[in-house]
Design a binder for this molecule. Structure first.
Ligand code: BTN
Length: 294
């Protein structure tokens, strides 16, 4: 068996996660809302852990974090590479709403994460629909929301947030897209992950409570502040299908609006990904499309 120090190496730039430090850094309202918070050295996935806890009856506002995930999960069945040094946080929230009413939640959590990082000094952040958080077009954080329901009026939401904090720990990992980490964004300061977790939880508790009464509406303009894709040519992948169009912003229900060769179309979160394309790619695709249409 490996010694503890090899399994859980001391991290040079970031203090270990500490449940007590996170609790103390929460606002008074946050401390009142929080039900349980546990920091693990290692887990398969913080989301998977909360799925297990939810099935066993854990209350709303149960939180878990891990220093390291052996089976971190990303959107659309992808793996989330999870070495030491980053932030892996999940929050369980119970709603008296049907799952269909939580469609906009993915955008809400995206905007909250962006605002929290901005308040800690991160500038030039952008959100790529539905909720990838980017810095200079490189992925800084990813969000995985999982909803389940026992009845039509009771939903359980698990929010998983993965924020890249240290590039040094990710460097040798295989990640299939451009990525960055907070130590490149906040070059003047070291990142206190306990404080970051507390700020995220405080802001999420407020937003999740508000959402039950207001829905997505008050979050839309806040989301648009971080939208750098509107007006750009983009390609959307829906399973095997690829759709080219001009990004026309987000609709009031959080859907992505795309001006395509077939007119304005709307797409909902879940199975689509988005990437910007060059003018050449755009014209080539439109040309192929119109030839096929004839
Ligand atoms: C994405 O594909 O962009 C979403 C990545 C979400 C990763 C986070 S890390 C904490 C939580 N636990 C997981 O297994 N996944 C989420």
């Amino acid at each position: 068996m490996l010694p503890h120090s090899r399994l859980f190496p001391a991290l040079p730039f970031t203090a270990p996660l500490n449940a007590e430090h996170i609790r103390t850094a929460l606002s008074t309202a946050g401390q009142r809302t929080l039900a349980h918070l546990v920091c693990h050295q290692q887990l398969d996935s913080t989301n998977t852990e909360l799925l297990r806890q939810a099935a066993a009856g854990a209350p709303s506002a149960t939180v878990c974090l891990a220093e390291y995930q052996t089976a971190g999960r990303g959107r659309r069945g992808r793996k989330w590479v999870s070495p030491f040094g980053n932030l892996y946080l999940s929050l369980l929230w119970r709603y008296s709403l049907p799952p269909a009413a939580l469609g906009g939640m993915s955008l809400v959590v995206g905007v909250i994460t962006a605002e929290v990082l901005q308040a800690l000094g991160a500038q030039h952040l952008s959100l790529k629909w539905p909720n990838d958080l980017l810095w200079q077009k490189k992925k800084l954080a990813g969000l995985l929301l999982e909803v389940s329901a026992k009845s039509s009026t009771a939903s359980t939401l698990i929010i998983g947030i993965g924020i890249n904090v240290l590039t040094s720990t990710i460097e040798n990992s295989t990640i299939d897209q451009p990525w960055t980490a907070l130590n490149q964004v906040l070059t003047e300061q070291t990142v206190d992950r306990n404080l970051l977790a507390a700020r995220l939880l405080d802001a999420l508790f407020l937003a999740l409570t508000d959402y039950e009464h207001t829905g997505l509406a008050p979050f839309l303009d806040r989301w648009r502040v971080f939208d750098q894709w509107q007006g750009q040519r983009v390609q959307l992948r829906c399973g095997e299908q690829q759709i080219i169009g001009i990004h026309a912003g987000i609709a009031n229900d959080g859907a992505l609006r795309l001006n395509t060769a077939n007119g304005l179309q709307q797409f909902h979160a879940g199975e689509v990904s988005l990437r910007s394309i060059t003018t050449d790619e755009y014209h080539r695709d439109i040309l192929i499309k119109s030839t096929n249409d004839i």
